[in-house]
Design a protein around this ligand. Structure first.
Ligand SMILES: Nc1ncnc2c1ncn2[C@@H]1O[C@H](COP(=O)(O)OP(=O)(O)OP(=O)(O)O)[C@@H](O)[C@H]1O
Length: 227
């Protein structure tokens, strides 16, 4: 399997603290990862650097086999790599308009936008909230709308920052249930999280951020080819 995104020598410093010092991180096409690590380990920072939302020092990066720079961040990567914040910011309009926004910005015609918005709303199970203002949504609905808004853009890499943080009960389960269907679309997904149920999803590989470095952890049923 070829790497969708590869970074080597990725470093981030805050004052005296070397937050990230990653030798190599390689994310395969159509693959799912969880990124774990204690609070403050730098998970959000790493996702934001990969999404071009924050600056880090990087010796070498490749996207789809081509050498790229993370700064300035290439327009093609900005289109194809989508970061979803743990507290998604919504425009002050309806749920449907929030989902439509990115599609309109990409120049899709009205009918295509409407059809895709309908599908995304059904996928996220928020039909009842179609015309609702985002401020009226529950935390779980907000997260599902944020996932729908990201999914319609058909990203190649989706970076989810603690998608189930602050959710419990059915709201959390509804978000977890959406994740495998994101993977079916061939998207590579990286989820920063502490949620055991996300970590335990079938086929999800685990990356652990510790002391600024990435450790590859084997999941249940996975075999270390080196041993
Ligand atoms: N602009 C900044 N200046 C100084 N320190 C910062 C800055 N931004 C983030 N940090 C620090 O970097 C560290 C990593 O933050 P980050 O949010 O990436 O961690 P995290 O692993 O996502 O944590 P959590 O699990 O709590 O969300 C934290 O200690 C944070 O205080």
């Amino acid at each position: 399997m070829s790497a969708l995104l590869l970074v080597r020598g990725l470093r981030k410093r805050h004052g005296e603290r070397q937050l990230l010092d990653i030798g190599e991180l390689s994310l395969d096409e159509s693959s799912a990862y969880v990124l774990t690590g204690v609070n403050g380990a730098g998970k959000s920072t790493l996702l934001r650097i990969l999404a071009g939302l924050e600056r880090g020092d990087c010796d070498h990066a490749e996207y789809e086999g081509r050498t790229v720079s993370l700064h300035p961040y290439p327009a093609a990567m900005r289109r194809e790599i989508v970061y979803v914040h743990q507290h998604p910011i919504m425009f002050s309009t309806t749920v449907a308009d929030n989902i439509a926004y990115g599609l309109r910005a990409r120049g899709l015609d009205k009918a295509a936008v409407a059809a895709q918005v309908d599908r995304a709303i059904a996928w996220a199970g928020v039909e009842h909230a179609r015309d609702t203002h985002p401020s009226k949504l529950s935390g779980g609905e907000k997260q599902r709308v944020a996932l729908a808004r990201a999914k319609v853009l058909r990203p190649k890499l989706l970076l989810l920052d603690e998608p189930t943080a602050n959710l419990d009960g059915p709201a959390r389960e509804q978000v977890i249930a959406l994740i495998p269907t994101l993977l079916e679309a061939g998207t590579t997904v990286v989820m920063a999280c502490h949620d055991r149920d996300l970590i335990g999803l079938p086929g999800v590989r685990r990356l652990k951020l510790r002391d600024g470095r990435i450790e590859y952890r084997l999941q249940k049923g996975e075999h270390d080819e080196a041993t």
